[in-house]
Design a protein around this ligand. Structure first.
Ligand SMILES: *Cc1c(COP(=O)(O)O)cnc(C)c1O
Length: 466
């Protein structure tokens, strides 16, 4: 019901909260008929957004929630530029090309100056492009051999939903390796059990979304080398480095997961995760020009010449790319390593403290050689939380603004419920200490107010693995 205001002489000098616009409920479904005062509308929307909660306390997301003032300014300067208009905005196009070369260099491409790659809106679009390239390459090879190409399959471990989308949208059978006991990621043995002549590629994830662990890219590559020696089957790999693509090169440079392995033909990453760019930045880079089938490339006019593009979208903002380039110049390898290593230290501290509390068993402790700056735990088998479970703990922490997701694992370990914290740029050691206090307070509450009706997964608020 609209508020009936005693005043009738509204005018433009009114305070926002005493204005005619805010004396009523804003339209929610019918397309608005009249104009409104911009200041009043702005305030109404800003206030509503307040209810979204505080993104920096969202420890579920892998995405950036901290931005430098300089990035805000560059985003503002780019707000009117469409990155697809390469001819109109040649410098934005040039900056994108520089970022691709820098990533090819960072990931040890043998030809970083000439190889192909592009920005995307995120890792999901990049995964579609990577998957399509694998499918086209496989189909070409089959055609050359005079063989059918109607049953493509792709092998992966516990993947992010984008690979399920790729498989369904582009008609590829997804052979997702189920989990088994304490093995919560892919293994070379399990990959070998599933490959055949219709396998378009194997996709290990560098930083699995459920447990944050790196899958063993090199061991899988070695196993596929051996398979090729024995059978002639040559199976390419694409690495989903949504998180790890911007972590491993800085924090564990000796880890071989990238183009140092000749079998790795393409890599995707999310610029807006550990690339520290604002939301809407992803990347895919191919090892060499020949790894991207030319049939998938469109040429657009650019400064009177041709510029190859391969993308699902057309118009897209250019600011994220510019902000990504700012980060590369501003931070370099040194700066990225400092920021991410600080996050690893905080994750390890949190893992240690949460382990010490008693009822929790740490499954991933933020070891930088094994995964991303994060931690994950489960409830010990006979732990008693006064009848509560991890969903209740997640719910209780929300009352202090913290979002710490609890969820069940994918196929064959659906029985295993875990809880996870992502430690990103801006989640400081000090903030971590405050969170530990709140976890302890929640457990005290549970001890003093035991229940018999813990939350089920359905009742608990859902979290996305993004
Ligand atoms: C986040 C994530 C994705 C999806 O990336 P977006 O940038 O959100 O599209 C894909 N794979 C993994 C491993 C991820 O962590």
């Amino acid at each position: 019901m609209d508020k009936t205001n005693v005043f009738t002489n509204y005018n433009e000098n009114d305070d926002v909260y005493a204005s005619i616009d805010l004396a009523k409920s804003m339209p929610k479904s019918v397309f608005p008929a009249e104009e409104r005062n911009p200041r009043n509308v702005f305030n109404a929307i800003r206030d509503e957004l307040m209810l979204d909660g505080n993104s920096r306390q969202n420890l579920a997301t892998f995405c950036q929630t901290w931005v430098d003032d300089e990035i805000r300014e560059l985003m503002d300067l780019s707000i009117d530029k469409n990155m697809i208009d390469k001819d109109e905005y040649p410098q934005t196009a040039e900056i994108e090309a520089r970022c691709v070369r820098m990533l090819a260099d960072l990931w040890n491409s043998p030809t970083p100056e000439t190889t192909l790659g592009c920005s995307t809106i995120g890792s999901s679009e990049a995964a579609m492009l990577g998957g399509l390239a694998l499918k086209w390459q496989w189909r070409k090879k089959r055609a050359e051999q005079g063989l059918t190409a109607d049953k493509p399959n792709l092998i992966c471990g516990p993947v992010q939903i984008c690979w399920h989308k790729f498989a369904r949208y582009f008609d590829v059978e997804l052979r997702e390796i189920p989990l088994e006991g304490d093995r919560l990621i892919m293994s070379p043995e399990e990959v070998l059990k599933r490959v055949d002549e219709n396998t378009i590629g194997v996709v290990p994830t560098l930083g699995v979304t459920f447990t944050c662990q790196y899958e063993p890219v090199k061991a899988v590559s070695d196993a596929l080398d051996k398979l090729q020696n024995e059978t002639g089957l040559d199976i390419p790999m694409h690495v989903d480095g949504a998180s790890g693509g911007f972590l491993a090169p800085f924090c564990v440079p000796e880890l071989e997961w990238d183009f140092r392995l000749p079998r790795v033909k393409s890599i995707n990453t999310s610029g807006h995760k550990f690339g520290l760019a604002p939301l809407g930045a992803g990347w895919i880079v191919w090892r060499e020009v020949s790894d991207l089938p030319e049939e998938l490339i469109f040429n657009v006019n650019y400064l009177g010449g041709n510029m190859p593009t391969f993308a699902l979208n057309f118009s897209r903002p250019g600011g994220q790319i510019v902000a990504q380039y700012y980060n590369f110049l501003r931070l370099g390898r040194e700066g990225y390593a400092k920021i991410h290593n600080a996050c690893y230290a905080t994750a390890q501290y949190l893992a240690e403290e949460i382990g010490k509390i008693g009822p929790f068993e740490i499954l991933f402790d933020g070891d930088s050689s094994k995964g991303i700056p994060a931690l994950a735990w489960k409830l010990k088998d006979n732990a008693a939380l006064g009848g509560y479970n991890l969903y209740d703990l997640a719910d209780k922490l929300r009352s202090r603004g913290w979002q710490v997701p609890a969820y069940s694992m994918p196929a064959h370990r659906e029985d295993l419920v875990i809880q996870r914290i992502l430690v990103r740029h801006g989640v400081s050691y000090d903030l971590g200490c405050l969170l530990i206090d709140d976890i302890k307070r929640a457990l005290d509450y549970f001890a003093n107010h035991p229940v018999t009706h813990p939350l089920s997964e359905e009742e608990a608020s859902g979290f996305n693995h993004g």
